[in-house]
Design a protein. Structure first.
Length: 195
């Protein structure tokens, strides 16, 4: 028994996706007109009516389509890919929003309220001293990453080459190093907070 022959492709969709992959302006306008409203409706439903979040996810979807579009003549394949891109964009938009609100909550409950005194030389000195102390409390690998990136001006690529790691591994280590530095810094600042 031989496999079923592939379904005939849609030449209009193939022209559209080829244009999107090339970055063609007319294809992009056509994509917005033909697919934008349906994408927005789907995202609006997925956000349970949160229009701001749906718009943010739609913009992220557009960016990803512009960046990753590939030629396709299969309407089912293209629709499936588009749903996947939109769902991923919505997840990222939710994560960004959650991170932003978490940041606002942390700032509201910041244990170091005198950080707002930005023009005070004594405050600057306390901050620099606390930073120096926090840096010394990092382990050697974390210290080297922070020093290389922020004080010696190396980009991630240079650190990837120097450490022989993947970019993802370096970013992961940066995340942990920054978290450790922040923990040490806040601890030191809280202990030495002026009365």
């Amino acid at each position: 028994m031989s496999p079923a022959p592939p379904a005939p492709g849609d030449p209009e969709l193939e022209r559209l996706t080829t244009g999107l992959a090339r970055g063609d302006e007319s294809a992009w306008v056509r994509f917005h007109v033909e697919h934008g409203p349906a994408l927005f409706r789907r995202l609006l439903a997925a956000t349970r009516g949160d229009a701001d979040l749906a718009r943010e996810a739609l913009q992220l979807t557009y960016l990803r389509v512009a960046r990753h579009a590939r030629r396709s003549a299969s309407p089912v394949e293209f629709a499936t890919w588009l749903r996947l891109v939109a769902r991923s964009a919505l997840s990222d938009a939710r994560r960004r929003r959650r991170s932003f609100f978490d940041l606002l909550r942390r700032r509201e409950a910041d244990p170091v309220p005198w950080l707002a005194e930005a023009d005070d030389p004594a405050t600057d000195q306390r901050l620099e001293t606390a930073l120096d102390l926090a840096l010394t409390r990092l382990d050697a690998d974390e210290h080297a990453l922070i020093q290389g990136k922020y004080f010696q001006g190396h980009d991630v690529r240079a650190l990837v080459d120097r450490l022989g790691l993947t970019p993802k591994a370096v970013e992961s280590r940066f995340t942990r190093a920054r978290a450790a530095l922040r923990t040490h810094l806040l601890s030191d600042l809280s202990r030495h907070e002026p009365a």
